[in-house]
Design a protein around this ligand. Structure first.
Ligand SMILES: Nc1ncnc2c1ncn2[C@@H]1O[C@H](COP(=O)(O)OP(=O)(O)O)[C@@H](O)[C@H]1O
Ligand SMILES: [Mg+2]
Length: 340
């Protein structure tokens, strides 16, 4: 089948409208897509400023050089990134549409180098308007470095955006968390927290290792033996993605090379439960087994060992040690309450 014949199997106009509905309208989702693009563009700094009419975004990445780069930006299913980025990130060329699909966004102006293009976000979904995008490209007098995005939107959306990145409660799940060392993000001259959220890394780290050349930390989720619904957190080039998996252990994988697991598209709300994820889970289990086999018995945290017996009974039965009993009635969960 040739590339043109594939069109017989696609209704592009309806598919575009379907893509519009693939986004949730959550401000975090829009920010995630924007940060992800900045990182892929090799940017190190992002500056966001807000005013009564909306917000402006600026990064210092490679920007858009010419009209064909604008085309890659706007064409669904097209990515203008370098080949290795396309491969590692599996970019699908849809993300920026989360901004154009947002109900409360009126218009978006993309400016880079000497070109600028303003799009009416509501009309954008009418394919006849979209098809004429080139007519709206303007040349600007002063070159705009990196990528600049001016967004006219409701006050409500601007407020949500500021809160998502600065509010003491919401910052806990802010899409900026995880980008430390990759991006410095400022909003209205305030530095945004980009550190890894506390609950995404094990509270008692047992093993620090490497998985496909990426840092992997494995440990207990909770000091008191609590379990978690997200047994693995993947920091995928800055973006924090949970793996929905009940576990007493927790692993934190910081991906900065290759693609050891496959994030879901378009919004990376999870990791695909495929062979790659199974391989990672097996590696975590085997690393724990090795840890409990090799660590001198007096150094083993009895709580961790009993959790291993809970989560991996088949492997645990092959270990040379087990938790015999608690010395005292359970009170504090302290290690010396147990007898190995
Ligand atoms: N901040 C940016 N700097 C430079 N180019 C960008 C930026 N954001 C988007 N682009 C260009 O627009 C294209 C489409 O972006 P997007 O819709 O997010 O899809 P994807 O990231 O999956 O390719 C990118 O492939 C890239 O060529
Ligand atoms: Mg993108």
């Amino acid at each position: 089948m040739s590339a043109s014949q594939i069109n017989d199997l696609i209704n592009p106009a309806r598919l575009r409208l379907g893509i519009k509905r693939a986004f949730t309208g959550d401000v975090n989702e829009v920010l995630s897509e924007i940060f992800q693009n900045a990182m892929r563009a090799g940017a190190q700094n992002i500056r966001i400023t807000t005013d009564d009419r909306g917000f402006t975004y600026q990064d210092d990445g490679r920007g858009l050089r010419d009209e064909s780069d604008f085309e890659a930006l706007l064409k669904l299913g097209e990515s203008g990134w370098d080949q290795h980025v396309k491969e590692d990130h599996q970019s699908i060329g849809v993300g920026i549409h989360s901004l154009l699909a947002h109900d409360e966004v009126q218009s978006v102006t993309f400016s880079s180098n000497l070109l600028s293009l303003t799009i009416d976000a509501h009309l954008w979904w009418d394919w006849q308007y979209a098809a004429r995008w080139r007519e709206n490209i303007r040349t600007i007098c002063f070159p705009a470095p990196g990528m600049n995005i001016g967004v006219m939107c409701s006050k409500a959306l601007t407020d949500q955006l500021v809160k998502a990145l600065t509010d003491a409660w919401l910052i806990y799940r802010s899409p900026a968390r995880g980008y430390y060392g990759l991006l410095t993000i400022m909003i209205n001259d305030i530095v945004v927290n980009t550190s890894v959220p506390e609950d995404a890394a094990p509270s008692v780290a047992l093993i620090e290792t490497s998985y496909q050349n990426n840092r992997l930390v494995i440990g207990l989720y909770g000091k008191e033996g609590y379990a978690t619904q997200n047994g693995i957190w993947v920091n995928f080039y800055g973006q924090m993605i949970p793996v929905d998996q009940y576990s007493r252990f927790q692993a934190y994988l910081e991906v900065r090379q290759g693609r050891p697991v496959n994030p879901m598209s378009p919004s990376r709300c999870g990791i695909i439960k495929d062979e790659s994820l199974t391989r990672l889970c097996d590696f975590i289990r085997d690393s724990l087994f090795e840890y409990f086999s090799r660590t001198p018995i007096e150094e083993i945290d009895p709580l961790a060992l009993s959790q291993f017996y809970h989560d991996y009974p088949a492997q645990a039965s092959k270990l040379p040690c087990f938790v015999a009993a608690r010395r005292k009635r359970y009170e504090s969960g302290k290690a010396d309450d147990y007898c190995l």
